[in-house]
Ligand binder design. Structure first.
Ligand code: ATP
Ligand code: MG
Length: 564
């Protein structure tokens, strides 16, 4: 089932901001310190952008600061490549952590000391129970767990074993350190949760110094306390961890007392926002890497041409709440379109070219016309474009035998060529298979600049390029990565991949100005949509990605008062 997407309201205020406001007014905190705590085991996706905009956003609004903290407690999954990518993508999105870059691994020594503190107070013990047995002892939601036989170990023995775990005396999985809380607790997270596991693995930052690593639960709240985080904002799946978060802070001599607050994660239809699944897409080669333009990663969105301002605005419109929802992909695309409509310069490119020859235009002659760069922004100026006897238009802008409401080119029909002239199709040339390969036209020299010479109207204005200087280009069109709004709802997420998520058009033609377009800079191809040059693009072999088409299904849905 798909919940309705939140209304696109002005979301300046939300429950998190209300809590912070009240905390400040009632002097429960002196200032606001938040953090964004990614685990460097993958690239950031647009779901993370929600957390980033919230954490960095409230810090800025309340005059506080936001830390970037790598939650690097599992060396078997974490890589330097991901650390670098996360920093790059955060900066791209427009956020800056200044000098406040931290790593959970910076605190390993302190965390170890605090683990000993728990042991000394009788609040933690070393457990030798094999993992399967430990799982069986945990009980279920309806049945209490059973105490481990190692739960009553002496403080001295626990301290000794824990030190030897650290020293690397035992193999992976042989022992763990657990908090001693309550095996009958209704909240499973309080049934003696694991605090440390043995892992003989090289860490990107601490190398082989450690043979034991703290769990998320033991690292997170204590790292918050060390950094003086006031509001530890996370997604709802951590709500059940909050009692443990509080228990640990209450039982340790921490320097500050942060509070955890949870909000609903971002979900978007027709895509997945789970690092686990995104990792599989990359590993299994369903996409061309983490920055494939079909990926919902920030790196993918950037490569596709989505401006960071559109991502921030989309997140603002989605708002922050605790209710589960799936946001419509059309709403994201609408926001991208709004931003690009304002900022992207207009250009002309023909995706599926059809040759057009103007029979009454002198052979060998060309002329220079003036094209407008942005219809709403005179300051964007104009650019010269070449016109000549041989042009290319879009194949779908011609029909030999058109239905009634087709107003574009057909035999005998006159249309306007954008910034150019009025042309009339006189005849067609066909190949042996009967396919139209060329349109033979005439033009009206009095219509220069696309102006009607005598007030006569044409029904259509077409984009075009000149054979004399058009550049060949490859244009990559993208569709939803998955064929259903709720990928994986039937169990196998990979079975829901859209086999037509990418369409590569070769033999496209672009006006020559496009050869100078730097990768990632958005442009509008008139009548086609928004595009940007791909990093694969070279001056001799242009490659463009379609960011979004022009058709706005979201605006239509809103205007229709319902969902299309
Ligand atoms: P996974 O995607 O596998 O569930 P993760 O995204 O939780 O992993 P982290 O690196 O721990 O991985 O995430 C960093 C922060 O981003 C966390 O605070 C997490 O709550 C938040 N976050 C992750 N996904 C979303 C989402 N879809 N919407 C909002 N916040 C998210
Ligand atoms: Mg996580």
């Amino acid at each position: 089932m798909i919940a309705t997407e939140p209304a696109m309201t002005d979301a300046g205020r939300d429950f998190i901001r209300d809590i912070i406001q009240a905390d400040i007014e009632q002097k429960r905190c002196a200032g606001v310190v938040t953090r964004f705590p990614p685990e460097p085991n993958g690239y950031l996706h647009i779901g993370h952008a929600k957390s980033i905009c919230l954490n960095f956003g409230v810090a800025a609004e309340f005059g506080g600061r936001c830390h970037l903290r790598f939650d690097d407690t599992n060396p078997t999954r974490e890589e330097q490549e991901f650390i670098d990518a996360i920093k790059r993508d955060l900066r791209w999105l427009g956020f800056d952590w200044g000098e406040h870059l931290y790593h959970a691994s910076d605190y390993f020594e302190q965390l170890y000391t605090w683990a000993e503190h728990l042991i000394r107070a009788g609040n933690a013990y070393v457990d030798d129970t094999p993992p399967e047995e430990m799982r069986a002892q945990r009980g279920t939601l309806t049945e209490p767990g059973r105490n481990s036989p190692y739960r009553t170990r002496s403080v001295a023995e626990n301290l000794d074993l824990f030190a030897r775990m650290r020293a690397g005396e035992f193999p992976n999985g042989a022992r763990v350190l657990r908090a001693k809380i309550d095996m009958a607790a209704g909240n499973m997270n309080l049934r003696d949760p694991v605090l440390y596991r043995i892992m003989h693995a090289e860490h990107p930052r601490t190398g082989t110094a450690w043979s034991i690593y703290p769990t998320y639960d033991f690292a997170h709240g204590q790292s918050d306390a060390i950094e003086g985080i006031t509001h530890s904002i996370c997604t709802l799946e951590f709500e059940d961890h909050r009692p443990l978060y509080d228990w640990l802070l209450d039982h340790l001599p921490v320097p500050s007392r942060p509070r955890q607050y949870e909000f609903a994660r971002l979900n978007i239809g027709y895509t997945v926002l789970s690092k686990r699944v995104l990792t599989e897409l990359v590993r299994q080669g369903h996409v061309n890497g983490w920055d494939d333009p079909r990926m919902p990663t920030l790196a993918g969105l950037r490569r596709r041409g989505v401006p960071p301002a559109a991502v921030r605005e989309f997140i603002r419109r989605v708002g922050v709440a605790r209710a589960y929802s799936i946001v419509d992909m059309a709403m994201f695309e609408h926001t991208i379109r709004e931003e690009l409509n304002r900022t992207a310069p207009r250009r002309m490119a023909v995706l599926r070219p059809l040759k057009l020859v103007i029979e009454n235009y002198p052979e060998g002659q060309t002329e220079t016309l003036e094209a407008i760069n942005h219809p709403d922004d005179p300051a964007a100026g104009t650019r010269p474009i070449t016109f000549g006897r041989e042009l290319y238009v879009e194949r779908e802008d011609f029909m030999e035998d058109p239905p009634k409401k087709f107003y574009r080119l057909s035999p005998g029909r006159e249309v306007r060529l954008r910034y150019g002239y009025f042309v009339t199709c006189q005849s067609v040339v066909k190949d042996e298979a009967g396919e139209v390969t060329e349109l033979r036209c005439t033009y009206d020299p009095a219509s220069r600049g696309g102006n009607s010479p005598d007030g006569r109207k044409v029904q259509a204005t077409l984009h075009w390029v000149a054979a004399a200087d058009a550049r060949p280009a490859e244009i990559r069109l993208y569709n939803h990565l998955f064929i259903r709004p709720d990928p994986g709802a039937d169990g196998d997420v990979m079975a829901d991949l859209n086999p037509e998520s990418q369409e590569i058009l070769r033999g496209c033609l672009a006006e020559p100005t496009l050869a100078a377009e730097p990768a990632g800079e958005p442009v509008q191809f008139e009548r086609q949509g928004y595009f940007c040059a791909d990093p694969d693009s070279t001056p001799d072999a242009l490659v463009f990605n379609r960011t979004v088409g022009l058709r706005d299904t979201w605006a239509k849905m809103q205007a229709g008062g319902g969902r299309g």
